[in-house]
Ligand binder design. Sequence first.
Ligand code: UGA
Length: 448
Amino acid sequence: MDVAVIGTGHVGLITAVSMATVGHRVVATDIDAEKIGLLTRGDAPFYEPGLEEALRSELGSGRLRFTDDAADAVGDAEVVFICVGTPPRADGEANLIAMERSATVIARHASRDPVVVEKSTVPAGTADRLRTTLLRESGGRVFEVVSNPEFLREGTALADSLHPDRIVVGAESDRGRAVLRRLYQPLTDRGCSLMETDIPTAELAKHASNAFLALKISFANALARISERAGADVTAVVDVMGADPRIGRAFLSAGLGYGGFCFPKDVAALERLAARLGYEFPLLREVAKLNDEAVDAVARKVEEALWNLDGKRVALLGLAFKPGTDDVRFSPALALARTLISAGAVVVAFDPRAAAGAKDELPDLEIAPDAYEAATGAHCVVLATEWEEFRNLDLVRLRSVMAYPVLVDGRNVFDPVDVVAAGLAYYPTGRPVRLQTAKPEARSGIAS
Ligand code: UGA
């Protein structure tokens, strides 16, 4: 099929590449001409495992091309995906101006009566707004609008897009459903389930999924605070809970909390949508509050371990909002760095992918070329993002370059026994603090 994709961010670019991979002809567009230049040369504008290879292969196949002329992109399309950003406004509501602009372009330039697919995460009711704009801007043409929320995760985006747990299609007509069935047939043929709903249900299901996952994380972080006071181990608590299939272990890992461009904005947007519809949902405000507290709790641990932070050197391992990405948007690691810096600490950070983006956001950050360099002379190492390579750090070597032997684990990555054996005091999250085994005191001369 002839497919257009508006917006080449994390969702749009992955959608474009995976639609081409399964055999459709795809034209993707973006208002950022520089990004289109990069993409046309086969360079991915952000890091995502396997993306650049897939991008180059699809460009080479002739099934994928990029243009900064949106009119050109949508001109011949049978399906137009809208994948533009819906960032949070100051009041928490989603900013939908890019959605409206996309509808205007489609209304004015689409010639083949395309099905317009709402892929961006939007509040329930947005499809109606799109339909109205399409009608007004086209001088009375009725467009088919469907909601097809995306559930891919950064770091595993291509695999998620090509092998989704479920494809959700919210449509109001047989034609909309039929076109989307044809579009996704390569995936349903290999066993992916396609769930058809009405449009508001599909829109709400997306916000509900993200908000519920965020709720699980915040619940685990609240348990971490209680575990610290009760002398319990939160990782064991959630392992026990997660062994019950009705609960599940996923997304119950306590630590610095959730970040990224989706969870914080979607929790706020669902709460705002509910309020606008006349339903108070204070639980979602609590979810966000617990998430902020998770960063403060780790900052307090650094303070507990070091006493005064002023002038202390803190090595921060990890800056991305999670491993496998260079994305630092709403990263808890950066929030922690800000807190530590404002308390007077010098923060020297290392991240395998996200250092440049983090430095742009927080110029006061010092960047080191690897974990050991970051730790050199540090009074404390804080693990903030659980990149695989940090799990395999040589803790004895790390200890040998540090000024003080203190490791604060914001993601509960390390085995307490290994940390203590390496001569480090260990401050995990929601688990008992392990101080070094002190050298035995010299015995006084009293014979027993
Ligand atoms: C999330 C959802 O998982 C996707 O299904 C959804 O499509 C996407 O948002 C979106 O709406 O676009 P993503 O933002 O890539 O995907 O990241 P996640 O893997 O969900 O992680 C989010 C945050 O939660 C990370 O900061 C991670 O460190 C944190 N997290 C995750 C925890 O703190 N604890 C956990 O147990 C799991």
